[in-house]
Design a binder for this molecule. Structure first.
Ligand code: ASP
Length: 474
């Protein structure tokens, strides 16, 4: 739009005639005069159509959420009408002319109030409307700023962002894979990544040394209220480091972020306190204890670390259907044991007592992320899979590429991934991660706006060489 002035800049144009591009936020028709709130991405301003204004006729037709180009004069408000605590509370826009750029049906819900009061299914069906509300706008804008601050910090620390594939290989890594049929190879499937774990380790083999990525992760897990089938991680990996190096870097990153973007928040304790898994279970009964001294204060961030997790636990088939043997990993099959327990791993002794280098970062009772120092030698990684009961031929078929890379000069390395949605939820004081994701799915993994998942055509199925069983439409 030519010569458009943003609403936040109007204060610099007192007594001038300007054009704004905006939505009609609210409208109050007082007969002789009509008052509006106009809204753009930078905020709101009051508009007024004075008696006898040439714009009166068109102003009367405007309704909520219509998109308009308003020509108006920026006037200082008389002293008695100044609202000091409000954006543009000391000015108003005298409406001289209006061009309607698009009309709107009456919005399905009131987006000028806190939309958390509205049924979630309705909001998700019209997510673009929910997004116009100031709270959701702010969540999305702060999310972008946070990602940028993290990128800036990591780049200064010598990291580079590398994209890794979305079409990858199905490997038994923990959760269930989402798979994608490979049309050109009937019967074969790609898997969507549960995390960039293997690729980031292979980047270490590739000499990248310091990698990060704002990465999409996909896990086909049963619906649980606060899980999303796809979510975002701040994922990183570093070479030539030990546990202390990775933990220290993460503390610096989080402190930098909070200081720059959330100065109103207070980090309860620096350096972040540590607790062993055993102590956490004994004292708090869970492995993501809430360290906050005062849980009422929204602005306290009680970060902490949980360390010394057991590497293996007895298999519970109901929890992990892919488990092959008697033992399974608790966190990540690629983790290294603590150095003092390496012999136990290699000799398959005291398996239940082996502790891993895994570290989880916790915040206000949530697990914010986790990572570890990895097994960078092939015989060590192979041993982990042997302990879990994988047959040699399966180890080679599933993880041969990792073992091969590790036999070609892979440096010692370790890393971490933060759940970015969860971090944003906590920083923005939201009750669940859906509030900080632009287009989330429901707790049942559905997208009511796009109506996904959905059936595909017989033609598509035929091309993919897929025969489906008829199922009742849910
Ligand atoms: N890839 C791991 C995860 O998604 C994190 C890590 O170990 O770096 O939990």
């Amino acid at each position: 739009m030519k010569n458009r002035i943003l609403i936040d800049e109007l204060k610099n144009h007192i007594d001038q005639e300007v054009v704004i591009g905006a939505w009609v936020d609210t409208r109050r028709d007082q007969g002789k005069m009509i008052f509006f709130e106009f809204r753009d991405r930078t905020g709101k301003v009051q508009g007024v159509t004075l008696p006898n204004s040439a714009a009166m006729e068109i102003a009367k037709t405007l309704r909520s959420e219509w998109v308009v180009a308003v020509t108006g004069k920026v006037n200082k408000r008389p002293e008695r009408n100044v609202q000091a605590d409000k954006q543009n509370g000391d000015i108003e826009l005298e409406v001289l002319g209006v061009e309607v750029l698009n009309e709107s049906e009456t919005p399905v819900f009131d987006i000028t109030a806190d939309t958390r009061e509205v049924g979630e299914e309705t909001r998700l069906r019209h997510k673009y409307l929910d997004m116009r509300s100031p709270r959701v706008q702010n969540n999305i804008r702060m999310r972008a700023k946070t990602a940028k601050a993290i990128r800036d910090f990591l780049e200064l620390e010598g990291f580079i962002e590398v994209e890794t594939p979305l079409l990858t290989k199905s490997t038994p890594e923990g959760a269930r894979d989402f798979v994608v049929p490979a049309r050109l190879y009937p019967g074969n499937f790609y898997a969507l990544p549960q995390s960039p774990q293997q690729y980031k380790q292979l980047l270490m083999t590739g000499g990248i040394e310091k990698y990060f990525q704002v990465a999409k992760c996909l896990r086909d897990e049963d619906s649980r209220g606060d899980r999303q089938p796809e979510f975002t991680q701040i994922d990183l990996e570093m070479s030539f480091v030990d546990r202390e190096d990775v933990m220290a870097l993460n503390e610096r990153a989080l402190i930098d972020l909070v200081t720059k973007l959330y100065p109103e928040k207070k980090i309860q304790e620096i350096p972040f306190p540590r607790i062993t898994y055993k102590e956490a279970m004994e004292k708090y009964g869970n492995d993501r204890p809430d360290f906050r001294e005062n849980k009422e204060d929204l602005n306290v961030l009680a970060f902490g670390w949980v360390i010394d997790f057991p590497f293996f636990e007895r298999t519970d088939k109901s929890d992990n259907p892919q488990a092959e043997g008697e033992w399974t990993f608790t966190h990540n099959p690629f983790s290294a044991p603590k150095p003092e327990h390496m012999d136990w791993l290699m000799n398959r002794e005291n398996i239940g007592d082996i502790l891993t280098t895994q570290y989880d970062i916790i915040l206000n009772g949530y697990e914010l992320g986790g990572g570890s120092i990895r097994n960078h030698k092939p015989e060590r990684l192979r041993k982990v899979f042997e302990i879990m009961g994988h047959k040699p031929e399966d180890i080679d078929a599933n993880f041969g590429h990792m073992l091969k890379a590790f036999s070609l000069g892979t440096p010692p390395h370790g890393g971490i991934a933060w759940g970015f949605d969860r971090l944003m939820m906590l920083l923005q004081n939201e009750p669940n991660i859906r509030e900080v994701i632009a287009f989330p799915k429901t707790g049942e993994g559905k997208d009511p706006m796009m109506d996904s998942p959905s059936l595909i055509s017989d033609k598509q199925l035929a091309e993919l060489n897929i025969i489906t069983k008829k199922v009742e439409k849910k």
